[in-house]
Design a protein around this ligand. Structure first.
Ligand code: IPE
Ligand code: IPE
Ligand code: MG
Length: 256
């Protein structure tokens, strides 16, 4: 049977890579007169449902913003609660992710984390590295500016060692030194929680990403909301600088 026949028409135009700013946990809890911690716990449940959805829908990459390089500015007890939640979630979920063929990868400056958490991160990556299903990218202590700075440092080190000519530094080379190297660019960016900002997420990588903002708070974001976001994505014409007419007449130009 040819690939043409087996392909499901509904998922045909699915985004390959979805990147999400999971915002609104604190407000979700506060509206229920509960401590913010309960909002973060409810947020983990929402993560589970969305990861399952993406795996089932054959999305290639799901990137979740779990903790920004600026989130250290939060009260100490909230930061330590989040760290403990990362540790326990990794502990509880990795085997299940592995069984479902999901490959886990972390981006961000992990050296700031406790040795225990760094160990769990490395173990999760190692255990799932050969899986071929959904790639789940967790952005933890991540900042888009940090990512660019670390890429530039790595490139500079190669130039200093004589491994690289400075003339060779182009967009592709920078891409290859970002923490997202090897992943397709995000097609769809979703931010829950009502704010319409990027908050230092994937700055370089979002150059041509379709943006989707929803007032839904992260713990309330479910498969239905995800379907609405993907439907919105599918209804858009991506032009990458071409005219609409060029794209209508020859969709293949977008692959060039
Ligand atoms: C997002 O929810 C989770 C993290 C930043 C870790 P928030 O905690 O930012 O929730 P709000 O924005 O205060 O409601
Ligand atoms: C962005 O949310 C970071 C994460 C969701 C992990 P924030 O709640 O930290 O963003 P700002 O501070 O409102 O911009
Ligand atoms: Mg927030």
């Amino acid at each position: 049977m040819s690939a043409e026949v087996t392909r499901c028409p509904e998922s045909e135009n699915n985004p390959r890579h979805i990147a999400i700013i999971m915002d609104g946990n604190g407000r979700w809890a506060q509206r229920r007169f509960m401590p913010r911690a309960m909002g973060h716990q409810a947020g983990v449940k929402a993560v589970r449902a969305i990861v399952e959805f993406c795996a089932r829908e054959k999305i290639e990459v799901l990137t979740l913003f779990a903790f920004s390089s600026e989130n250290w500015r939060r009260p100490e007890d909230e930061v330590s609660l989040l760290m403990n939640l990362f540790i326990s979630t990794l502990q509880n979920e990795v085997d299940k992710l592995d069984r479902n063929g999901i490959r886990v990868r972390f981006i961000g400056d992990r050296t700031a984390f406790s040795e225990l958490l760094q160990g769990k991160i490395a173990a999760a990556e190692a255990q799932t590295q050969h899986n071929t299903g959904l790639t789940l990218v967790v952005a933890a202590n991540y900042g888009g500016r940090w990512d660019m700075a670390q890429a530039f440092r790595a490139i500079n080190a190669k130039i200093n060692k004589g491994e690289l000519e400075s003339q060779a530094v182009d967009e592709k080379l920078i891409d290859a030194h970002l923490s997202t190297a090897g992943l397709p660019e995000p097609d769809l960016f979703i931010r829950t929680g009502g704010e319409q900002r990027v908050s230092n997420f994937l700055l370089w990588q979002l150059a041509y990403t379709e943006l989707y903002f929803t007032p839904k708070l992260w713990p309330d974001f479910d498969r239905e909301e995800m379907v609405a976001a993907i439907d919105s994505f599918k209804s858009r014409q991506r032009r990458f600088g071409h005219t609409g007419e060029q794209v209508r007449n020859n969709a293949a130009i977008l692959q060039l």
